[in-house]
Design a protein. Structure first.
Length: 474
């Protein structure tokens, strides 16, 4: 407020002084013009009496003229020798006025008497040799106008200062104080209680809009902080899993080799015709257990090898589906599940044949397991060719995947099968094998036509070989 008051004072005082002086000068000029007009008229009227040297007639004209205007204080005629011929002063001609006339040399004179300020104007009577007429006009009206303007400007300044005080208090209440409150609340971030304080800042519409913007920004920062913390936790967990994966891969490699020898030994013993009845009972159980361990080790080794050097070739979709059909056939013999194949001919894709076969086989076998307990066990395998992708979908008539399990279904070692039935690596390995060649495996959000789960493998289409969408072969 002090700065605003000083600024207003610095602007107002020069402007006020200029206005007062301008108005005063204008009024002075008007008064001088009026006096010149009166004196010129009176000078023409007394020419004839002056030529006749009729002083009484001169006095009569002067006296009558002073009664016409209240601002006309006196009229006085001075001859060429400087002697007063006639005047309208009631108490006699003041000698001091004669001295002023001599010093002014015919110019307009401004002086002050005990009664009022005076403007003295003089003009020659026809010619300077005939004499000079002097007229005194009151300047009281001019002074009063000056005082009136001065008081008006002073009142304007007081009103302006009052408006400045009120405006300053309004700004402080509606802008400055809310902004300071907003600054205090922002300084408390990321304290939770400060979020509510930011939203409660009240002021002008702009300040409230700014507070809402800061509140939204604080909420976003809080969300980003939670996401950062969650990401950091996931990174730590990922590093732990990576270490465990490396350890598991090493163990799987060390176990896999002697495991093969143990299986071969069991098979030799089982083929011995002289084995005892007890051995004949337990050898198949040993072989089944070791085969189970061998299958887990193979999947773990495959999981560990994903991301290593992969050979990408051009694969015909018909050949892929036919190879997959032959592989699946040997695994589902004797199981009461109907597997239907739908294949589109005429397109190729870029894939790792061995990896694609393993990934597709994992999906189909999972579907067969899921559909086996259904009222109408059925699996549908369908290959379609799009503009950029070759899609192989596998759906079943099983119970499907519950909503709460969808985000974990591709996690390593996560399985929905009963203990001893699954390792939790099949879907994770399949997805990594597909991503290694630029594709992916997804669990479709749409319901399968058979009522169960629907998994889709997307493999990059080789548009250069089959000229998809009208493209020429490369």
């Amino acid at each position: 407020m002090c700065v605003g008051g000083l600024l207003l004072l610095a602007v107002f005082l020069p402007a006020g002084a200029f206005i007062i002086n301008s108005i005063w000068a204008h009024e002075e000029r008007n008064l001088e013009k009026e006096g010149q007009r009166i004196v010129s008229v009176m000078a023409r009227e007394i020419v004839d009496p002056m030529l006749r040297n009729d002083r009484l007639a001169v006095y009569t004209v002067l006296w009558n003229a002073t009664r016409v205007s209240d601002d006309l204080l006196y009229l006085c005629v001075e001859d060429a020798q400087g002697q007063v011929v006639s005047h309208t002063f009631p108490g006699g001609f003041p000698s001091a006025l004669g001295e002023l006339w001599k010093k002014s040399n015919g110019r307009t004179i401004r002086f002050r008497t005990s009664k009022c300020p005076v403007l003295d104007i003089s003009v020659p009577i026809l010619t300077p040799e005939l004499g000079t007429l002097h007229a005194g006009l009151s300047r009281s009206q001019v002074i009063r106008e000056k005082h009136r303007i001065t008081w008006f400007l002073a009142l304007t300044f007081v009103v302006a200062m009052g408006a400045l005080v009120v405006g300053t208090r309004f700004v402080a209440a509606k802008v400055s104080a809310p902004l300071q409150q907003l600054e205090r609340q922002m300084s408390l971030l990321p304290n939770k209680s400060s979020f509510k304080g930011i939203r409660e800042v009240l002021g002008t519409r702009e300040v409230e809009s700014l507070a809402r913007g800061f509140s939204e920004m604080a909420n976003r920062l809080d969300m980003l902080e939670h996401e950062r913390a969650a990401t950091a936790a996931r990174m730590i967990n990922t590093e732990r899993l990576a270490v465990l994966g490396e350890l598991a891969a090493g163990l799987a490699h060390e176990i896999h080799n002697p495991l093969g020898g143990m299986l071969q030994t069991i098979r030799y013993l089982e083929a011995d015709p002289g084995k005892s009845e007890r051995a004949a009972k337990y050898y198949p159980m040993f072989e089944e257990g070791l085969a189970r361990i061998q299958m887990v080790m193979k999947e773990m080794l495959t999981f560990a090898r994903v991301g290593q050097k992969i050979s990408i070739d051009t694969c015909a979709v018909t050949d892929i589906v036919e190879s997959l059909r032959l592989l699946v056939q040997s695994h589902v013999e004797g199981r009461n599940v109907r597997v239907t194949w739908r294949n589109r001919e005429g397109c190729t894709c870029l894939c790792d044949p061995q990896g694609l076969a393993q990934a597709a086989l994992n999906l189909v076998l999972n579907a067969v397991d899921a559909a086996e307990g259904a009222a109408k066990p059925e699996v549908l395998v369908e290959a379609t060719c799009g503009a950029q992708w070759v899609s192989i979908s596998v759906e079943d008539s099983g119970p499907g995947v519950p909503e709460e399990l969808r985000e974990h279904i591709f996690d390593a070692f996560y399985t929905t099968k009963p203990p001893g039935k699954g390792t939790g690596l099949g879907l994770s390995v399949s997805r990594q094998l597909m991503r290694a060649v630029g594709g992916d495996v997804e669990l479709s959000a749409e319901a399968a036509s058979l009522g169960g789960a629907r998994f889709v493998m997307r493999i990059p289409r080789d548009t250069c070989q089959d000229g998809a969408d009208g493209q020429e072969a490369c």
